[in-house]
Design a protein around this ligand. Structure first.
Ligand SMILES: C[N+](C)(C)CCCC[C@H](N)C(=O)O
Ligand SMILES: O=C(O)CCC(=O)C(=O)O
Ligand SMILES: [Fe+2]
Length: 402
């Protein structure tokens, strides 16, 4: 069992590294056979053997009485389904499975719908295809930046931008007018801005106006932002409006690339980081701002049904007291944290960019870590956070898999 799980996760991981997504299209008119067992219906279709629980089948009935296809909402009261329900009769009619339930209600499911929505399909496919990268992989991919004009006016350009963003977790737009307003326009072209304690659109410089080292000239090691939120911000947008001085380059690191390396080399460490909940805090107590924000969650977050990673939370500055595990496990956690840190710090994983005025970067804050080099002089950075749900929704409305 353990071997199978590890083996599966290694396969998965290899797929993710190659950025492979499985096609969900099945050949049309494939024949189907089924058997009704005591606990489930077994269906063979399109080369896959699937199993469907009877309550599940009744719950997913798509008839007009059970489901409102105009609003895509369930009508059926799941609380009223007999938990021991069994079909009275079952047959395959053309491309559909047809079930008659006791009392006469009929459910029709298209075979391709069943296949697409089966657990058997789900557990071996990725929710979001990604291309994991280190610096060479990203550079060799030669991703072109969008240009302000086309980005703002052409939907195909926006779609291309979103596709790049989904695959790599970063995407750039050039030639943006160097104002907060234009930066806002560019982000609203994609989706909704997420207001936080830092404001809606923020514009900051090294003036210590807030109780956080971002508001200094110090170097910042790679990290994800708002790890102290129960739901860390999904996307971060940066636009450097001005820098007269030296240094201040931006560092980008694909956290999933590093974590997948860890999953390969040290599965137990990966597992531990995915299991131990860790607290992060934002505690600010200045004349103008009082905040105490707390978020709790593991550093690595994976979907349990397919082991796919969907969120990394890594901010050693904002990590809080670690008291969610006993002292003996703490030692192993620190060792695992060290291994992840080693992967994240490999120079070949570092993508350095100088954000010059006009260049806007979108960063998937659930995946890609950012940092900055220390700097001199006056530097002004503006940007905002976006709501992840709405960005992904925009991508799906373009037909992208997100
Ligand atoms: C981006 N902006 C300057 C507004 C906020 C920076 C937040 C910094 C915080 N330590 C964190 O990592 O979440
Ligand atoms: O100043 C920078 O380039 C980025 C600072 C930072 O990490 C942040 O604002 O979240
Ligand atoms: Fe940051």
């Amino acid at each position: 069992e353990m071997f199978c799980r590890l083996h599966r996760s290694v396969l998965r991981q290899a797929q993710l590294l190659r950025g492979v997504s499985r096609s969900t299209a099945l050949p049309r008119r494939a024949c189907a056979t089924f058997r009704t067992h005591e606990q489930c219906l077994e269906l063979h279709y399109g080369g896959t053997q699937m199993h469907f629980n009877y309550v599940w089948l009744r719950d997913h009935c798509l008839s007009a009485a059970s489901y409102n296809s105009k609003t895509n909402q369930r009508n059926l009261d799941t609380g009223s389904i007999d938990l021991t329900i069994r079909p009275e009769s079952t047959r395959v009619e053309e491309d559909h499975l047809v079930i008659t339930w006791p009392g006469g209600h009929m459910s029709r499911y298209s075979l391709s719908w069943l296949a697409e929505n089966s657990f058997e399909r789900k557990y071996q496919s990725t929710e979001q295809p990604r291309i994991l990268w280190n610096s060479d992989i990203y550079k060799n991919a030669n991703i072109t930046s969008s240009k302000w004009d086309t980005f703002m006016s052409c939907d195909d350009e926006l779609k291309k931008f979103l596709q790049n963003y989904l695959l790599y977790g970063i995407a750039f737009i050039d030639d943006v007018p160097t104002t907060v307003e234009a930066t806002e326009a560019v982000t609203q072209r994609v989706s909704l801005i997420r207001e936080t304690t830092y404001g809606r659109m923020w514009c900051f410089t090294s003036d210590f106006s807030r109780g956080d080292t971002a508001y200094s000239q110090l170097a910042l090691d790679r990290h994800t932002d708002t790890s102290y939120f129960q739901e860390p911000c999904g996307i971060q947008v940066f636009h450097c409006l001005k820098h007269e001085g030296t240094g201040g380059r931006t560092l980008l690191v694909d956290g999933f690339y590093a974590a997948e390396k860890l999953r390969q080399s040290s599965p137990e460490s990966f597992e531990l980081l995915a299991q131990v909940p860790v607290k992060h805090d934002y505690i600010e107590n200045t004349d103008r701002h009082q905040n105490h924000i707390t978020g709790i969650g593991p550093l690595l977050n994976v979907y349990p049904w397919n082991n796919e990673m969907y969120l990394i939370r890594y901010n050693n500055y904002d990590r809080s007291v670690l008291n969610t595990i006993s002292h003996d496990v703490v030692q192993r956690w620190y060792a695992a944290h060290r291994e992840l840190t080693t992967e994240l710090r490999r120079p070949e994983n570092e993508l350095w960019v100088k954000l010059t005025p006009g260049k806007v970067v979108f960063i998937d804050n659930w995946r890609v870590l950012h940092g900055r080099e220390s700097f001199t002089g006056s530097r002004q950075l503006c940007g905002c956070y976006l709501t992840r749900d709405d960005v992904l929704s925009a991508a799906r409305c373009f037909g992208l898999q997100a």
